[in-house]
Design a protein around this ligand. Structure first.
Ligand code: KG4
Ligand code: ZN
Length: 339
């Protein structure tokens, strides 16, 4: 472990990059003492996350969520030695609330602050102590959520190399948009998976974008294909074949993800593959990955979806900034800061 990992006290993590207000307490050797996620169900009515509403809710929830994380960890601010916060990428207004909260807590207590890249956080979820113990590099990591779809080669604890990313929609976004076309509620992934259980995945041949060069992903084709199928079938037929449409659509997304990972495993010679992001909850996706023959590691779901324990975990390999150097730290909306 690096110098940052040898620090004293516990790490308080804060994550507000999208619509979940998260705080967690983690030890320097990767034990999760608490991991609190307050989900903002308010967005469901809009069929997607509304940035301004997300920021406002973060403001209302941040202090209570931090206090809850401390209470559940049976800790106080006196036990904290480092504050870690998601700096980006994400919704900039949402990130701002977390960054300001972290700065205020750190400044008031004279603590150092570690700004963390959100995607590095998803990778570092694998470095926490869990089921089979923490994963050690090297491994491949597929992060598939509502905001990101990224295939990374992880050879160190403090960075990753991007092998492929989506050229358009994220995989979770594709699930959400497909679900919407089929009249399912937001977030669409879980609802679409449930409906697909009664359908035939081979009923419709939706495109899997296997023709996209390299290890990048594309989900706009499958989404358009579903849109046309729904339009061409007409309302009655769509109603009758909804489960088949859902199953075929899900199948195309899963096969696209599996295809790239299979190729990346082959091309890199790596044997281990870790999954992260909300889409890792998908049952057929998990089954397909387990049948690949590689060693597949899927952290518990609460560490796959957005959470602050993964941010605190990543902070162990970030050089912390002392007061007042971190007062100039600003949130960034897009781009990856990976090494
Ligand atoms: O990581 P996450 O909780 O939040 C971010 O987007 O950052 O991921 C949420 C995404 C949503 O798009 C949701 O539809 C998708 O993960 N998802 C699923 C399933 N559960 C959640 N997609 C497919 N199958 C699921 N069972
Ligand atoms: Zn995320």
């Amino acid at each position: 472990m690096s110098g940052a990992a040898d620090g004293a006290g516990l790490i308080l993590g804060i994550e507000t990059s999208c619509d979940d207000t998260c705080a967690a307490v983690v030890t320097h050797d990767g034990e999760v003492r608490s991991n609190v996620v307050s989900s903002q169900g308010v967005h469901d009515a809009y069929g997607g996350v509304v940035p301004e509403i997300a920021s406002r809710h973060h403001l209302q929830l941040a202090n209570a969520v931090v206090e809850d994380a401390l209470r559940r960890a049976q800790a106080t601010f006196d036990d904290i030695g480092l504050v870690a916060v998601t700096q980006g990428p994400g919704l900039v207004g949402a990130l701002l609330v977390g960054v300001a909260t972290a700065k205020a807590i750190a400044a008031a207590r004279g603590l150092p602050l570690a700004p963390v890249d959100h995607l590095q956080g998803h990778v570092a979820a694998n470095f926490l102590r869990m089921g089979d113990g923490p994963l050690e590099p090297p491994f491949l990591c597929l992060i598939a959520s509502g905001g990101h779809t990224l295939l990374a080669r992880v050879t160190a604890y403090d960075g990753f190399e991007v092998l492929g990313r989506t050229l358009d929609d994220a995989a979770g976004e594709a699930f959400d948009k497909g679900a919407r076309l089929l009249g399912l509620p937001f977030p669409g992934g879980p609802a679409l998976q449930r409906l697909a259980e009664q359908g035939d995945p081979t009923a419709f041949a939706f495109p899997t974008a296997k023709g996209v060069a390299g290890l990048d992903f594309s989900f706009s084709g499958v989404k358009t294909a579903l849109l046309y199928a729904v339009r061409d079938l007409g309302p009655e037929e769509v109603q009758r074949r909804r489960a088949d449409l859902a199953a075929s659509y899900q199948h195309a997304i899963v096969e696209a993800l599996v295809d790239r990972c299979e190729r990346a495993l082959r091309e890199t010679g790596l044997r281990r593959l870790a999954l992260g992001g909300g889409v890792a909850a998908n049952g057929p996706l998990r089954e397909r990955f387990r049948a690949l023959g590689a060693e597949v590691s899927i952290p518990p779901m609460e560490l796959c979806t957005d959470n602050a324990a993964m941010i605190a975990s990543a902070a162990r390999w970030v050089t912390p900034l002392p007061y007042p150097a971190y007062l100039g730290v600003e949130a960034y909306a897009s781009g990856e800061r990976a090494a």
